[in-house]
Design a protein around this ligand. Sequence first.
Ligand SMILES: Nc1ncnc2c1ncn2[C@@H]1O[C@H](COP(=O)(O)OP(=O)(O)OP(=O)(O)O)[C@@H](O)[C@H]1O
Ligand SMILES: [Mg+2]
Length: 294
Amino acid sequence: MIRFEDVAFEYIRRDEEGNVEGITRALDGVSVHIRKGEFVAVLGANGSGKSTFAKHINGLLIPGEGSVRVGGYDTKDEENLLKVRQMAGMVFQNPDNQIIAQTVEEDVAFGLENMGIPTDQMQARVDEALEKVGLTEEKKSSPNRLSGGQKQRVAIAGVLAMKPECIIFDESTAMLDPAGRREVLSTAHELNRQQGITVILITHYMNEAVGADRILVMDRGRIAMDGKPRDIFSKVDELKKLKLDVPPVTELAHRLRKSGMPMPVCVLTEDEFLEAVNTNGGWLPQGGLKYGKR
Ligand SMILES: Nc1ncnc2c1ncn2[C@@H]1O[C@H](COP(=O)(O)OP(=O)(O)OP(=O)(O)O)[C@@H](O)[C@H]1O
Ligand SMILES: [Mg+2]
């Protein structure tokens, strides 16, 4: 579905006269293949190249070296760009910057107008997209009245109306409260599971990466790690060197294990943690701790 081959990209800063002031190599030898239907989380410290990577997937940036193919279309060929942008849609960080229209449905229709979709097909596409993100009842509302999480779902619906194969979330939960974050994250998971949409989720929240099929860790423009969440988050020390953390519950289990308590090598969720404690803790009340599913 998405294939990067030895991609490098440099931002060139120039002064007012056009002289080169500095060059940042934001991607450096990136080769990766993302299959259709995968849910991939992308982690990495500030400035490691995540957004630059994302912008290559929908042709907002074109590789300086190497190639990017999306659904077989090389993003370097200008005649492919419309197709690439329709196939891979982006949802950004700030919900307020992404809303343009007076009503929710007009906002979702906006991208379709630009794509030249005939008017008689537009309403059906808009309705379908709003249904998928659970905002049918808000379609006549003003987007300004919605919560941050709902606004992000409007942005997702705008992308869905284009019938994409892939959605890239570039820190789309960063400005939301915990409820809004859960809303957006569960929408991403539903679209992946139910519609088979490939999801690329860029985040600074380690917890959000736990449910991914695969994690890519970026460092100084390179892909430093690529694996399943359990493989990645068991490398606590390596992640710390890349200025990253593991989920809090993973960290706690790791420390308990280091101090001699029997714990599985990598605990990813609170349920797994409690399971391990109940299995191993001879000091617990008979029958283990009682806890409810979250
Ligand atoms: N428009 C730009 N012009 C010049 N340099 C840029 C530009 N955008 C990004 N960079 C530089 O390229 C590098 C990679 O930036 P990028 O935005 O891809 O990182 P990121 O991993 O998304 O960071 P963050 O976590 O802060 O969003 C950084 O050194 C950044 O300063
Ligand atoms: Mg970024």
